[in-house]
Design a protein around this ligand. Structure first.
Ligand SMILES: C[S@@+](CC[C@H](N)C(=O)[O-])C[C@H]1O[C@@H](n2cnc3c(N)ncnc32)[C@H](O)[C@@H]1O
Length: 355
């Protein structure tokens, strides 16, 4: 097997879930760009051979980034990123010409400037149906006009071994005639069981522990074993202190239950249909969000810690998050699960050797 030397530029990189997954395949992550300093601190800590750039991609020109980091000379083979979804609006204009869509436009501009062999653009699935499919068509047209063949698919993270039912759409662009095919699900249908919430977090303690604490019990699933492989102890495991009233309500929801399991008078205490949802110990978790506090541990009467959320997003325990607890949770909820990123990258790698 040839050694993977392909170089990656990560736009809207956040803490680097997408990059971390690609790095596990041997990709070289050259640079992460984001406008959030704390996420970049995490990115730098966990991608020690990469550089980071703090900047607003709405106004940052590719040429400036190129100049600062000598990127064209280094050669960028792959551009990846997920322009934030609030950056998409549908109006009479083409999406790319609407000033509200400047973050998407920035992604297109970077692809146009560096002309990488390929790109991966990730986003929320409902992007495909926005404007009755008009936005999807425009995205495809924009990149086709730059010479890329476009492939897209909604992937379910738990189909690839992530202990979470998270759906995201991936656009893969190829600059050449090779055909990209998304990896078929590896879990669920082929007799390989999906990874459950209990498999993922069942070995982590109920209470807070200080960073670098040793594990208190032995792992009891292959997933836990994998998560601990390069770990130096438990980090980012600070529990939220709920009020007695909140704890009491959570305690009434059974494993895998939700607000419908509460007495009638408590069912409407939170006005969202995902309220008071307890993970099921025997299934992958629901989508890990950026800290809405509506989802609870399958056994303990609290929301998951950052480390538990990170496990459910498939970050291994050696990946350490900077910032305060709520900032850690936000970085984690924003991220592409590294194992899912690797599933997308794996099929790309085969093509890149031929381009
Ligand atoms: C969905 S998250 C990216 C997650 C990342 N792909 C990962 O896998 O960890 C989107 C990121 O875009 C960043 N962002 C939002 N607006 C931005 C802007 N104008 N310029 C640069 N970054 C921006 C946010 O700080 C956030 O980290």
């Amino acid at each position: 097997m040839k050694k993977n030397q392909f170089k990656v530029l990560d736009l809207f990189s956040g803490c680097g879930g997408l990059s971390y997954g690609l790095e596990s395949l041997g990709f070289k992550i050259i640079l992460g760009i984001d406008n959030w300093d704390i996420a970049l601190k995490t990115f730098k800590r966990n991608h020690s051979n990469s550089e980071v750039f703090l900047g607003d991609l709405a106004i940052l020109f590719p040429k400036k980034v190129d100049k600062n980091f000598d990127l064209k000379k280094k050669g960028i083979d792959l551009i990846v990123g997920g322009p934030p979804c609030q950056g998409f609006s549908i109006s009479g204009k083409r999406a790319i010409d609407d000033p509200r869509n400047k973050l998407y436009k920035s992604f297109v501009n970077f692809v146009n400037y560096f002309k990488p062999k390929a790109f991966i653009m990730e986003n929320v699935p409902n992007l495909l149906s926005m404007g009755e499919g008009k936005l999807k068509k425009e995205i495809i047209d924009d990149f086709q006009s730059l010479g890329y063949k476009i492939y897209y698919k909604i992937l379910l993270a738990s189909d690839y071994g992530v202990p979470q039912n998270r759906r995201r759409v991936f656009f893969v662009g190829i600059n050449g005639s090779s055909k990209y095919k998304f990896l078929e699900p590896t879990h669920g249908k082929l007799g390989i069981k999906k990874v459950t919430a209990k498999d993922a977090i069942g070995d982590l303690p109920e209470k807070d522990v200080a960073d670098e604490s040793p594990y208190m019990i032995k792992f009891f699933s292959n997933y836990q074993k994998m998560m601990r492989k390069r770990s130096h102890g438990i980090y980012n495991h600070e529990a939220v202190v709920h009020t007695e009233k909140t704890k009491k309500i959570i305690s009434m929801v059974p494993d895998g239950g939700n607000y419908k399991d509460l007495p009638k008078n408590l069912q409407n205490t939170r006005k969202v249909n995902i309220a008071w949802t307890r993970f099921s110990s025997s299934k992958p978790s629901c989508t890990i969000d950026t800290g809405h506090n509506h989802h609870f541990h399958y056994k303990y009467n609290r929301v998951p810690t950052a480390r538990e959320s990170a496990r459910l997003q498939s970050f291994d325990d050696s990946f350490i998050f900077d910032g305060k607890k709520n900032e850690q949770i936000k970085q984690i909820g924003n991220a592409v699960p590294p194992i899912l990123a690797a599933a997308v990258g794996k099929k790309l790698l085969k093509i890149l050797y031929d381009l």
